[in-house]
Ligand binder design. Structure first.
Ligand SMILES: [Zn+2]
Length: 125
């Protein structure tokens, strides 16, 4: 089993940004696999896009031998609210809740968003 890391951010035009999440797995043989989940889902291997659109889960399973569900579990675990603001290291947060998937935690010191709730299937159903 390799090393797994997570990154999130926004993509798309400035007036209509769309948040994305990326899971990056470096396999024990050095192969770098990136699963991009945003406006479009895509899979990159060693920096080369090998797949985009539907069926990402199957591709991930083929390449990594790891079930997509397992990736998602790790993904959500990595997405728990932080104890410290990653921007200014502050400890005071305000919690804003909205529609499902739009709850967010904002740093009271620098007013930056430090955490956003993820939409999971169980919330929509
Ligand atoms: Zn802050």
């Amino acid at each position: 089993m390799g090393k797994l890391s997570h990154k999130s951010g926004t993509e798309g035009p400035n007036w209509d940004p769309y948040s994305f999440d990326e899971l990056n797995l470096v396999k024990s043989d050095g192969t770098n696999v990136v699963m991009h989940m945003g406006l479009i889902e895509s899979v990159k291997v060693n920096g080369k896009e090998i797949h985009s659109g539907e069926g990402t889960d199957k591709v991930i399973e083929e390449i990594t031998g790891m079930y997509f569900d397992k990736w998602m579990k790790i993904h959500y675990k990595l997405n728990e609210p932080p104890n410290r603001c990653p921007h200014c290291n502050g400890k005071h947060f305000e919690f804003h809740s909205g529609y499902v998937g739009e709850s967010m935690q904002v740093c009271s010191d620098c007013n930056k968003i430090v955490w956003c709730e993820e939409v999971t299937e169980s919330m929509i159903r």
